[in-house]
Design a protein around this ligand. Structure first.
Ligand code: SF4
Length: 249
């Protein structure tokens, strides 16, 4: 089996050996430490902004995969976080090694990085699961403290290159589920060069405890968790615009 002699290391918060919601089949999920965004609804603030210094080599990820390889027959490895693209060079090293060993690779990302990394990674990532935080620039800034112009451009270019992708969108009552915002989301997706599935996720507050443990102020206390009815309402508003979506609840 191909191996790697590289001494490059990456900061990996943790590895979940049997993930079932992070791509097709049973998957090993690698949570990369660090994220450039500051999402107010982040449920993994410890992974995004915590101080863990767990440095590992790509070879170690392959070794961990091989230990349970027989379980992953219809699955593979998913890189999540945090933002895996925040460590582009290390991620590239990992996916090159995994692909050389016949492993299916997926990434859970917001595409917040320079496009050069996306270009380099494209041949080695089988599935891109992309989280769109908001389409309106103001709402995106309000939710993440960052602009979304480059992110939406990256997504469009990746889609034009026929990358296999799924989009994910979190329904936060009174923030991301307004008719105006959902209409913008629908038209953005329908105007992409190639069709792409959209999954709707419910905003929940399970991560709040982690914010408290990190002594970070949680700013969405005034917003309720999304109920199934909120997702169904969003689904029907999107459908009015002509866009089908799938609810993950
Ligand atoms: S992109 Fe994901 S990991 Fe990063 S801050 Fe937002 S929700 Fe958290």
């Amino acid at each position: 089996m191909p191996t790697s002699n590289s001494n490059l290391t990456g900061r990996v918060h943790s590895i979940e050996p049997f993930g079932t919601v992070d791509g097709p089949g049973i998957r090993m999920v690698c949570f990369f430490q660090g994220c450039p965004l500051n999402c107010k609804f982040c449920h993994n603030p410890d992974v995004a902004w915590g101080k863990s210094q767990n440095q590992i080599k790509a070879e170690k990820i392959l070794t961990a995969y091989n230990k349970n390889r027989h379980f992953y027959r219809t699955g593979g490895v998913t890189f999540s976080g945090g933002e895996p693209l925040f460590q582009g060079e290390f991620l590239l090293e990992c996916v090159k090694l995994l692909k050389a060993n016949g492993v299916h690779t997926a990434i859970d990302t917001s595409l917040s990085c320079g496009y050069r990394w996306i270009e380099k990674l494209m041949p080695y990532i089988d599935l891109w699961m992309i989280s769109i935080k908001a389409v309106s620039p103001d709402l995106h800034r309000q939710l993440t403290n960052h602009d979304n112009g480059a992110i939406l451009n990256h997504l469009t270019k990746l889609n034009a290159n026929k990358a296999d992708m799924r989009l994910r969108y979190v329904i936060i009552p009174r923030l991301t589920n307004t008719r105006q915002e959902l209409t913008k989301l629908a038209y953005f997706i329908m105007n992409l060069p190639n069709s792409v599935p959209l999954e709707l996720l419910a905003y929940h507050t399970m991560g709040v405890k982690k914010w408290q443990e990190l002594s970070l102020p949680y700013q969405l206390n005034d917003y309720p968790q999304a109920e199934k009815s909120d997702l169904e309402h969003a689904e029907s508003l999107l459908l009015e615009c002509g866009l089908k979506s799938t609810i993950l609840y």
